[in-house]
Ligand binder design. Structure first.
Ligand SMILES: Cc1cc2nc3c(=O)[nH]c(=O)nc-3n(C[C@H](O)[C@H](O)[C@H](O)COP(=O)(O)OP(=O)(O)OC[C@H]3O[C@@H](n4cnc5c(N)ncnc54)[C@H](O)[C@@H]3O)c2cc1C
Length: 403
């Protein structure tokens, strides 16, 4: 074989297609499971969030808690613009949602999986499933691969696109080739709050909240979702990604502070309360939220926890009551204990250390003719299509095989 790709996921297929285009039909994909493109198929709730409508390289790279610097270089060569064009050329149109996420217009991830399989097929890429690579033995000008159920395979070039692993031991076969492995930890998860005081508000979404982890420099703003087990939504998922290592170190036990109006500045919120009080002195506090950004049921809950009587009017609020509401609105603290995997999308932070990879080619700095692509690398993005974009971009460059 000229080139073997380990892994039949997004990165493996994309790299194999690119490699086959470059060097003719001598490319083989080895996939350990019986199925191909499993994550593509289940991704984005079955719709596959292929990429994100972010077309500035530097801006795009900022969405990666790990890998920002290395990816800047890669995105110069293959960015969402190229992803959109790549799929379009193969008859798959992508559409952009209001928040920038891009999906196939069919809203069906099978469209993406079929497109990748057809493209590989037309370039005569050979695919073997139930073919786990157990060992890589670099020889002078080629590699010997030990493949479960197949035996030995020789190849000149090797692209490793085997995805993330939750355990450090899952990387042993690459470690023994001299690569440093950054310990894997989960990213993109939601927070569990046992005996959740807001559990009866489950399903409620707050559009502009601020989420802060007490004692850490971790702060995110954006939509927050109250769930029956705790908190979810974009702001929580983003903070879970940026804080993946810190929160792992805290054993997922920490305090989260929520500012329901998106600001922790007491004077700003104090002014909102004061204005409302002046404008609507005779209205009942508990039934009249001071901001359209606060869902009614959340405001009722805050008033209850703030000890505001049901028949209290805005003009009658005592100084202490105003202070209590101000404090709950800017710094509502909850005890988090544990996490829940975000079903729509989750990734592993960690993997092959970026310092061991030449990002001009995606080639290993230790083993010539060995390339890496996708989640196997210590690269991960926040939700929104950024993880697939990293897979397409790194795979595109790896598939060029140094040319
Ligand atoms: C539920 C879910 C939903 C997601 N949704 C989105 C989304 O909408 N948008 C987004 O951007 N990201 C999403 N992601 C993240 C995204 O799916 C991954 O970042 C991406 O699939 C990584 O691609 P990959 O090819 O590097 O790895 P994988 O997709 O993990 O593929 C690696 C493949 O290699 C195979 N393999 C591993 N070891 C060996 C071996 N030794 N020999 C042979 N084969 C091997 C594995 O079986 C696997 O098939 C989601 C993830 C999950 C779990």
């Amino acid at each position: 074989m000229q080139t073997v790709v380990i892994g039949g996921g997004a990165a493996g297929f994309f790299a194999a297609i690119q490699a086959a285009k470059i060097q003719g039909n001598n490319v083989l994909i080895l996939e350990k499971s019986p199925n191909l493109l499993t994550k593509v198929r289940i991704s984005g709730g079955g719709r596959c969030n292929v990429t994100h409508a972010c077309f500035q390289t530097n801006e795009l790279a900022k969405h990666y808690p790990r890998g920002e610097k290395a990816l800047r270089k890669i995105f110069e060569r293959f960015s969402p613009t190229e992803t959109i064009a790549w799929f379009k050329q193969r008859g798959v149109a992508l559409k952009t949602e209001a928040d920038g996420r891009m999906f196939p217009t069919t809203d069906n991830s099978e469209t993406i999986a079929n497109c990748l399989i057809d493209a590989a097929d037309s370039l005569k890429v050979v695919i073997k499933t139930r073919a786990e690579v157990l060992r890589i033995e670099p020889q002078k000008n080629y590699f010997d691969l030990e493949v479960k159920g197949i035996g030995q395979i020789k190849t000149h070039k090797l692209i490793v696109a085997a995805g993330g692993s939750p355990k450090l031991a899952g990387f042993d076969w690459l470690k023994r080739l001299g690569h440093q492995i950054i310990e894997p930890v989960p990213s993109l998860f939601t927070f569990n709050v046992p005996s959740h005081p807001l559990a009866d508000l489950m399903g409620l979404s707050v559009p502009h909240a601020q989420v802060r982890i007490a004692g850490q420099k971790l702060l995110e703003k954006g939509p927050l979702l109250i769930t029956h087990w705790g908190f979810s939504g974009p702001a929580v998922l983003r903070i879970s990604a940026w804080g993946a290592r810190i929160l792992h170190g805290l054993n997922y036990t920490f305090q989260v502070s929520i500012a329901w109006l998106g600001t922790g500045r007491e004077e700003e919120v104090g002014a909102i309360l004061q204005n409302f009080r002046t404008m609507h002195p005779q209205k009942f506090v508990c039934t009249q939220s001071p901001s359209y950004q606060l869902p009614k049921r959340l405001w009722e809950n805050l008033c209850k926890r703030g000890g505001i009587e049901e028949n209290r009017k805005w003009v009658e609020l005592s100084k202490q009551q105003v202070n209590k509401l101000q404090s709950l609105l800017t710094n509502d603290v909850f005890e988090v204990s544990g996490k829940t995997t975000f079903k729509e999308e989750f990734v592993t932070a960690g993997g092959v250390a970026l310092s061991d990879v030449n990002f001009d080619t995606m080639q290993s700095r230790h083993v010539p003719n060995l390339y890496f692509a996708g989640e196997i690398l210590d690269i991960d993005g926040i939700t929104g299509g950024f993880n697939f974009q990293a897979a397409w971009s790194t795979a595109y460059v790896a598939g060029l095989l140094g040319e």
